[in-house]
Each structure stands twice: as C-alpha cells, then as structure tokens.
Ligand binder design. Sequence first.
Ligand SMILES: [Zn+2]
Length: 365
Amino acid sequence: MIDGGRLDRAQNSEFFKKLQSKSIFFSQSITYGPHTIAAMHAVFSGCYGNKTGTNSYWSTYKFKKEKFKTLTEYLHKEKYYTQADVVNELVIPKQGFDKFLIHDEQKNDLTLRHSEMLQKMKEKNLQGENFFIYLQYSNIHTGIMNQVLKVFDNFSSDYFNNRRLNEERYDSLFLNAEKYLEKIFDTIKNLELEKDSIILVMSDHGISVGEKIGERAYGVFCYDYTLKTFTYFILPGISPIKITQQVRTIDFMPTILDFLELGVDSNYNSFDGESLIPLIEGKILKEKYAFSETGNPLEQKSPPKEPNTKSIRTSKWKLIFNEYNNTKELYDLQNDPNEEKNLINQNLEIENTLWYELQLIINKN
Ligand SMILES: [Zn+2]
C-alpha cells in the first residue's frame, strides 16, 4: 500500500505503466476516507466507517470488531500466516494478525525491510504454509509531514502560491515510491511468488499539491485529487484488463474472498462492498455509488471527532455536503475533472438523485 499515492502520478509513471500491463487496473477506485485510518479500516472490513465505527482519525478503537470481520481474520481462520508492517498501530485493524510490526518511517529502509520480510514469507511457503502480508510504504507521508505539514498550515499563502514547488516536492517523493516498488517486485519475481499469489498494489488516498486553498495535504476535503486512488490487482490465471467504471476500495476485500472462494461469515454484518470478479471477467456489474467522508478541521489545528464533510459520487457526477455550514457542491466530473465549477441549485435532476442516495447512506439504510 503506497500511502498517499496519487493516481495521476501513477498513470504517468513508466514503472506503473509496466505494472498496469500485467494487472487488472482500475482507473476510478474511490476511497471511503481521504486519510489512512478511515481508508484502511474500510478496505480491511469491506464496509464504510459510518457503520464500522472507524470514520475519523480518532476512532481506530471504536471499530466494532464483534460485528465486522476483517480480511486478516478470514485468512487467519483459513490457517494463513498473517503479518503486517505499518507506520503506527492505529492505521489498520490489528485483529487476526500473527505478527504486527511497526516501522520507523524516519529511519528504516523500507525497501530492504520489506524485501527481507518477503523472503521470510517464502520460507514459510516452502514449508507448506500460506501467507498474507500487508506492507505499508509510508515515505511519501514522511516527506509530506516533514516538508509540508510541519511547515505550512491549510491556508498558508507560501504554500498555495507555489504550485510548481509543491508539484516537484511531491514528484520526488513519488519517484522514491516507484523505486521501492520496483525493488519489491524484483524480490517477488526472484522468489517466484508471482505465480500463485494475489498481489494488490494500492494507495489509500491522494495528496494535494495545492489545488484548493484550505487543504495542504489530505483529509480535509472530498475532492478527487485525494479520493481517487490507484489499484493494480494481479490475480493468477486472470488476464490483464483496464476497468474504467467506478469502483470503491471497500470492494477489494469481497473481491479477494470471492477469488479465494471463501464463504462470507453470516455471524457478522454484511459488506457494503461487493466482489469485482464479474467485472474482471468482462461481465456487466452495475456501477454503485461511492460514499466518502472526512473531518475538515476548518480553523482548528486537529480534525473534529466526527466527519463533517461528505460526498457521493458516480463516474460522472459528485455531490459534496459540507455539514458544518450546511452547504452543497455539485460537479460534472467528466467535463470538469478538477471540480472548479459548482453546479449546485441549478435544477439539475442529478442533484436530487445524489442527495437522496447520500441520505440513505448517512442514515445507514
Ligand atoms: Zn495515508
């Protein structure tokens, strides 16, 4: 998981183009939360955080683990050895992991560290054990933390007036992520893990390069530069394909379970997400609405306890609801991908449809 990886950068990258040529690539996969904690709890549970309890920076321990079974728990029950290496203990649900490791993002060499971990997995594999390993590449975040979060605030003119500098800063961090992934894939290839492993390369959310005043990094707004993530699935025996239809990161877990033919445990709540295998096999799957939410800190230093900014999206339209001041925004994503022209209150039918659907999700129907 490339933390803070932007889709547009991946699509311009030689390495990611190579990766795409052997993957099932989703060009519109939408995250539930534009920050790690909410985003990844949703991925691991296949459910939105407004149901699981993890809907903000503050709510890792509010995750309703009696009601939501994580991907790790499913695999652990199937006797997979399960291991994570992450930036801190709050970012993903811990349950089901045999080994839960935390790296020092300022000090550790993640390329080396993760390559060694893959070697260990191979040894387990040779002894007849299946494994699930979750590796977080946290160094884009590290750079943004040191060079942006600690230096500017969400309204600093020094930041927003220097778009080119912001772009260059992000690009150099992204380049390191590419180098990391290239080495990791070399290791995977050398260990011959590719043949019979599901490999998912994903980002949890994007990061601003100064598009909208009020958000210097991520987690403030629900615009596409943070909501759109990149997703490359390698599934043994399934041909590469590019899928442009909107999907949601909550669909990944049901997809993996479906591919492994693991039944859904009816003792737990059902998923908000759904298996994408039909889509991957070229069949028709009706596009679903994608819901996202976050806590805009406004003038405060830290985000609120509960989300105050919500959005609902199709591949063509997005409605944003700014709950803190009761305003809405509507964007025509096809003709205005940068979300610059707010079309709210112009009697467009889609506004009513999206508002209705958003209410359904907020009220958990
Ligand atoms: Zn993140």
